[in-house]
Design a protein around this ligand. Sequence first.
Ligand SMILES: [Zn+2]
Length: 163
Amino acid sequence: MRQTVPLGRMAGIRIGMHWSVLVMVILIGWLLGAQVLPAMTPHQLAVAYWAVAVPCAAAFMAALLAHELAHSPVARRYGGPVTSITLWALGGVAELGSEPPTARADSRIATAGPATGRRADIGRAGCGGPRRGRPGHRRRRARLARRDERPARGLQPAPRRPA
Ligand SMILES: [Zn+2]
C-alpha cells in the first residue's frame, strides 16, 4: 500500500498513511459527534459532543498505529524488521524487511498486533466504554472465570456403571 501522507519515522520505521484514513477519521468523528453521543446523552451543547468525538477518532487511529507497531519487536526478534507502516481506512499494513523464518515466527509476529490492542484497551479509554478498576470489576471477572472453567452440560463424562 502506498503512503500518500508521510508521518515520519519511529524506531527506524517509516510511518505514513493513505488518504483513505482521513475519510475514516471524519466518518468516526461524525458518527460519534452527530449521531451516537447526542442519542446517548441528549440536550448537551454540540461543542461538548465534538470535544469527545474528535479525540476518540484520533485515539482510534492511535490504536491502529500501536497495533501495527507491536508487530515490530517480534519481527525483529525473528530477524526481519518492520520497514514501514501504512495506515489506511480499514486498518494498517506493517511491511516486513524479509519473510519470517518459520510458520511459528510468522504466527507470533501476526498475533503481536491484536495482543497489544487487548492489553492497551486504547479504544475504550475515555470513550464511554467499560473501564478497568470499576467497583465490582474484579468480582465480575472472577465469577466469569469460574463460569468459563466449569464443564459444559452434556460434555461431562458419564458416570461409570459396574459391569
Ligand atoms: Zn496488524
